[in-house]
Design a protein around this ligand. Structure first.
Ligand code: PBG
Length: 324
């Protein structure tokens, strides 16, 4: 009698059938490419821990977005580094702010490319926290909601196709939804960073966005990495407040959370393969410890297999090139 395993091996041994029964596909059309935009002209600022990723001034960012689009990546996620930071994060909602200018320039040049704007205050506050800090050191949730809504409106006015609140304040999805609806942007979707963990893997991003908190940490608003039930509650809440897509972030240490959020919300799920995840593979590949292409494709396929419909990744442009 044959071992049952034989049946499995028969398919694996046949190249064509193996491809036909593959359960998970990874395609450029699943990807979102994050870009960091700074002011100035012809500026490229490398990010030490993220080889291949740079802060770009607007015209260069437009080119980079166009290059990703030409490879089949349908969307970019825009982060801005403002000229000045202050207590009220005024650069975040300045109609002439770096993100607003960049969005207009990208949409002018590449109208078909989907532009998603990260909505948060941390790159714009002098202290680097995601909200307005009161005199007693506590974040003022409700005042922050007003500024986040203002920021989202300014992005929509600049032409953003979707807004992605990443601040983790309470009630922000509902606040953004009602403001967008009342200001003529009822059709603008919200991609909510619903289960955003207080993660060590954001380190390189904070260098890139110059957004490391000057005091304390983000554990009063970002999630404890130990909690998955709570992640599901966060995602369900965001769904009830009107989120169109829910996100889990980071991706690789939280594949179980991606799966559970997918099953419990039935919404499209995005997963953010964050800066530290990118840095690990790049560093290991540079040292000759890993085959970069194989490792990246395996990691991103795993994120899709876990249940992510959309994968946000700094590898997006490379992956699209490899898959073409
Ligand atoms: C802003 C924000 C962060 C990231 C995306 N939006 C940083 C943070 O919360 O500190 C991290 C992305 C990455 O690490 O690639 N709140």
């Amino acid at each position: 009698m044959a071992f049952p395993a034989t049946r499995l091996r028969r398919l694996r041994a046949s190249g064509v059938l193996r491809d036909m029964v593959r359960e998970t596909e990874l395609a450029p059309s699943d990807l979102v490419y994050p870009i960091f935009v700074e002011l100035g002209t012809d500026r490229r600022t490398p990010i030490a821990a993220m080889p291949g990723i740079e802060r770009l001034s607007i015209a260069l960012a437009v080119k980079e977005a166009g290059a990703a689009h030409a490879l089949g990546v349908p969307a970019v996620l825009v982060f801005g580094i403002p000229a000045e930071k202050d207590e009220q994060a005024s650069g975040a909602y300045d109609p002439e702010g770096v993100v607003q200018l960049a969005v207009r320039a990208i949409k002018d040049e590449h109208p078909e490319l989907v532009v998603i704007c990260d909505v948060c205050l941390c790159a714009y506050t002098a202290h680097g926290h995601c909200g307005v800090v009161r005199a007693d050191g506590v974040i003022d949730n409700d005042l922050t909601l007003e500024l986040l809504a203002k920021t989202a409106i300014s992005h929509a006015e600049a032409g953003a196709d979707a807004v992605a609140p990443s601040d983790m304040m309470d009630g922000r999805v509902g606040a953004l939804r009602s403001q967008l609806d009342s200001e003529g942007f009822a059709a603008t979707p919200i991609v909510a960073y619903s289960a955003k963990f207080a993660s060590a893997f954001y380190g390189p991003f904070r260098e890139a966005a110059d957004s490391a908190p000057a005091f304390g940490d983000r554990r009063t608003y970002q999630m404890d990495p130990a909690n998955a039930d709570e992640a599901v509650r966060e995602a369900v809440l965001d769904m009830e407040e009107g989120a169109d897509v829910v996100m889990v972030k980071p991706a690789l240490p939280y594949l179980d959370v991606i799966r559970r959020v997918k099953e419990r919300t039935d919404l499209p799920v995005a997963a953010y393969n964050v800066s530290g995840e990118y840095a690990m593979i790049k560093a290991a590949a540079a040292a000759g410890y890993l085959d970069e292409r194989a490792a990246v494709l395996e990691a991103l396929t795993g994120i899709r297999r876990a249940g992510a419909d959309i994968v946000i990744s700094y590898h997006a442009k490379d992956v699209a090139g490899w898959l073409n």
